[in-house]
Design a protein around this ligand. Structure first.
Ligand code: PXP
Length: 235
């Protein structure tokens, strides 16, 4: 199973001081150097973390696979076609949410979605739809011409015990069903160092997309070295 690393939170931290560091591009290159199969960034409508300039620089720097997460807006469509990431992932986006809260409601937007996706194939940009692990959503994703479905694992991450096991089997079945329709399958949201292991046993999921847990872990595992380095300078 491959790992795609979402580096949005590096930009969140950078923006807290309005300065240049930490640089999401440097983080992307490190993630690639250590084995990430792809870099994910979400250019939100409010630009709260990744900015347009970050996206342009990421496009220049990323050599594995750049996945642009975005809402279905004309503005983002134009930016994606100009920037040419290897892949776009369409997500629903609400201005007030802290993070993406659920899968894309394809049924509600089907006709608009089909029109929206038309220019991406000729441009050589693959399309992934972030959806709930449900048959109906998978059928519609295939019908709309998606290459990939990203199954939402947020509920799995939130649940415990039997409820979590049930959610995992829903994800496993959805992955098998999507593969049967010829879709490629990835999974993401809320995955961390404690809940990821069962995904190793789901061969239909080829990749996981993880952001928060990895960036949070990096801050803690890197802090000792950062303190040591500062002490070396001031002592
Ligand atoms: N996949 C999608 C579609 C997302 O919107 C996000 C969050 O930006 C992720 C994966 C990563 O989620 P997390 O930060 O919880 O690992």
């Amino acid at each position: 199973m491959r790992l795609a690393v979402n580096i949005d939170h590096i930009a969140t931290l950078r923006n807290a001081r309005g300065e240049q560091e930490p640089d999401p591009v440097a983080a992307a290159l490190l993630a690639e150097q250590y084995g990430a199969a792809g870099i994910v960034c979400h250019l939100r409508e409010d630009r709260r973390h990744i900015k347009d300039n970050d996206l342009a620089r990421l496009r220049q720097a990323v050599t594995t696979k750049l996945d642009l997460e975005m809402a279905m807006t004309t503005e983002l469509q134009q930016i994606a076609l100009k920037t040419r990431p290897e892949l776009i992932t369409l997500v629903p986006e609400k201005r007030e949410e802290l993070t993406t809260e659920g899968g894309f409601d394809i049924a509600r937007h089907f006709a608009v979605l089909v029109e929206f996706l038309k220019p991406f194939k000729p441009a050589g940009i693959e399309v992934s739809l972030f959806i709930e692990p449900e048959k109906n959503a998978i059928n519609l994703a295939a019908e709309a011409g998606a290459d990939i479905v990203e199954l939402h694992t947020g509920l799995y991450a939130l649940k415990q015990g039997d409820e979590r096991a049930l959610e995992l089997s829903r994800i496993r079945e959805a992955a098998a069903y999507a593969r049967g329709l010829g879709l490629r399958v990835v999974a993401g949201h809320g995955l961390d160092y404690h809940n990821i292991t069962p995904f190793r046993e789901i061969p239909d999921i080829e990749e996981v997309s993880i952001g928060h847990a990895i960036i949070a872990r990096a801050v803690i595992t890197g802090l000792g070295e950062a303190v040591k380095e500062m002490l070396r300078i001031i002592k």
